[in-house]
Design a protein around this ligand. Structure first.
Ligand SMILES: Nc1ncnc2c1ncn2[C@@H]1O[C@H](COP(=O)(O)OP(=O)(O)OP(=O)(O)O)[C@@H](O)[C@H]1O
Ligand SMILES: [Mg+2]
Length: 328
């Protein structure tokens, strides 16, 4: 750590909040809270539930955490002008395809959650792999010169695929592998534990991209039938909200993949829709639908606060996601 990083991590230490004495700090640490940022990411209900602290006290602690981060300039102030938001540069990561990047207005944005859904084999996992390499590139190469965290719930992460995409693109494949931190999640509870601890992993590894491939698979497999639906949605909701706050607090891009289900009640348009119901619809900033078009693939921007609903063509090739005319 550099002296500057040391100074920042001192300022982010839990004990800087006066309500947090040694006993509370110990309980917070045991529950996975390492820094002031974790307090904000997990929120007051979580703080109270995991430490037994009174709710008003945890709300107070959370508010103080927010103010401290605002003062350190690490998050936006509660009230800012639209101009200052407009002028803030948006960091983004190239998908590997120009047309796909165009659809997104440059690439996958940081400080946002992008959901990618589509049928099997439409390229969701290929996109995740490609992004893990693109984020490592310098800005001139479409990246953020940073690293990636890959949360794999479907056991489809393949280091070999990273190597082949890296080679096709002329990147140093050994270095590329070193810069992707992989966490295999064996069940939904494990997936939640991983995300609760993600904050320190992001800090320690200079990560600007978090992949969750997929967000819903475990929930879908474990909570079967109507009776468990509300618990499933509650847990998924908490998981997604933590991702949203991680994206904002750590300025990382979050990409989650999602499966689709047939929607028998849809008489118009596509008869498929993403799994996860309203929870995912409300928590993701951008939703992208991938579908087949012969050998190629179509990406459609389905839901975005400012992009028009539009489609582009891309393809899957040795270099991962690429433009149709450039496929290698
Ligand atoms: N080296 C390669 N060159 C070209 N295409 C490839 C290559 N490797 C994989 N693919 C394509 O990627 C497809 C698999 O895509 P991917 O694994 O991303 O699907 P997915 O959307 O994640 O599906 P699922 O819902 O099953 O997870 C294969 O069908 C194949 O067409
Ligand atoms: Mg997949």
């Amino acid at each position: 750590m550099t002296a500057e990083e040391d100074a920042i991590s001192d300022k982010l230490a839990l004990y800087n909040i006066e309500e947090i004495g040694p006993a509370t700090e110990k309980r917070l640490r045991e529950a996975g809270f390492r820094s002031i940022r974790d307090l904000l990411v997990r929120g007051p209900v979580d703080i109270s539930e995991s430490t037994g602290m009174e709710m008003d006290e945890s709300v107070e602690i959370c508010n103080k955490a927010r103010i401290m981060l605002e003062d350190l300039g690490m998050i936006d102030k509660s009230f800012v002008t639209a101009t200052s938001l407009y002028n803030k540069r948006k960091d983004s990561i190239s998908t590997g395809s120009k047309s796909f990047d165009d659809l997104l207005g440059g690439g996958i944005e940081t400080k946002a959650v992008t959901e990618v859904y589509g049928e099997f084999g439409t390229g969701k996992t290929q996109l995740c792999h490609t992004l893990c390499l693109m984020v490592q590139q310098p800005e001139s190469g479409g990246g953020l010169a940073a690293n990636a965290i890959y949360i794999d719930t479907e056991n489809t992460f393949r280091p070999e695929r990273l190597v082949s995409i890296a080679q096709a693109r002329g990147f140093d494949s050994q270095k590329a592998l070193e810069n992707v931190i992989v966490a295999k999640a064996y069940n939904s509870a494990h997936q939640e534990l991983i995300i609760d601890e993600a904050g320190s992993v992001i800090e320690d590894n200079n990560a600007r991209l978090i992949i969750v491939d997929s967000a819903v698979a475990h929930y879908r497999a474990e909570f079967i039938g109507r009776a468990t639906l509300s618990e499933r949605q509650q847990r998924l909701n908490r998981f997604m909200h933590i991702l949203v706050r991680i994206a904002e607090t750590y300025k990382v891009a979050v990409v989650v993949t999602n499966q689709i289900q047939a929607s028998p009640d849809a008489y118009f348009g596509d008869t498929v829709r993403p799994v996860g119901g309203h929870v995912l619809a409300h928590t993701s900033t951008y939703r992208i639908y991938l579908k087949r078009s012969g050998k190629n693939r179509i990406a459609r921007m389905v839901d975005s606060p400012y992009h028009a609903e539009r489609e582009v063509l891309f393809t899957l090739s040795d270099s991962g996601i690429s433009d149709v005319n450039e496929a290698r």
